[in-house]
Design a protein around this ligand. Sequence first.
Ligand code: C2E
Ligand code: MG
Ligand code: MG
Ligand code: MG
Length: 281
Amino acid sequence: RAKEHGRSRTEVFTTALRDAILIRHRLQTDLTRAIEAREVFLLYQPIVRLTDGGLIGFEALVRWRHPELGLIGPDRFIPIAEETGQILPLGRFVLEEAVRSLKRWRAQSGLPITVNVNLSARQMWDAPYVEDMLTWLAETGVEGLKIEVTESMTMSDPDRALAILGRFHDLGIPLCMDDFGTGYSSLSYLGRFPFDVLKIDKSFVSDLAPDSGRARLVRGIVNLAHDLGLDVVGEGVETAEEQAILTGLGCDYAQGYLFARPLPVDDAGSWVRRAASSGTA
Ligand code: C2E
Ligand code: MG
Ligand code: MG
Ligand code: MG
């Protein structure tokens, strides 16, 4: 079939592979410059309380507006940045930018707004880098900052993860277990770690039906998390039905397109102002 179109299957494959490699190389060489050129920026997705819809804060999510390739999502460039080590300066930029927004929103609104920042594996395992981060955070103040790490990061070296996460926890920074359910850990095992928040992965939330096996599973996760003293956030909530079911299962907070997409900083600021004037946060 491929021959009929003038190129063999191997040729098509090779071309696709070469393009992928070229783009990869391109992203890799451009990323360092991109941070300085301010092509890399943050969006902020609201996290709301399920009981009354009140805003509690945001998750900071990075984007790259590439001059030729257009808007690029983190799933495409974070893995590359992880491999090359560029995640270290990139992560530092994300942290500083997110803390800047957080401080501004708190000062402007008087509300206890929170901002979650995602930490990648390479950042977490780099001891001197973590020390630098902790020093900077201690000097800058951490009121309202939360750190998200994934279950798989934690489980790849639990003893080391425990030591490092403990340092953030000691500084008063709440820790969120991100994408819960996509790894292989048991909730009771997670009780060893100083997590404050559990984020249920969107794969458990999407198409959640009442009285389904999945709903029972989510109820179990929520109950166990609460027993361990964790707050629970449902990720990827897209429909009113998913919202209603999560609320019924006792989930505390939610994040998803139903409430808002990840927003430019000024639109997130409008959410904060609205929360302040309605007194919902
Ligand atoms: P994550 O931390 O689990 O972030 C949630 C992802 O789900 C975001 O994708 C968000 O846009 C998306 N999302 C939110 N609500 C919905 C919904 O209702 N439906 C659907 N289908 N998706 C929803 P995004 O922004 O593309 O980020 C993807 C991943 O990239 C993040 O997953 C996180 O692991 C990573 N990431 C993003 N920003 C950063 C960063 O600054 N540093 C690091 N290390 N990783 C980041
Ligand atoms: Mg996250
Ligand atoms: Mg997540
Ligand atoms: Mg994710």
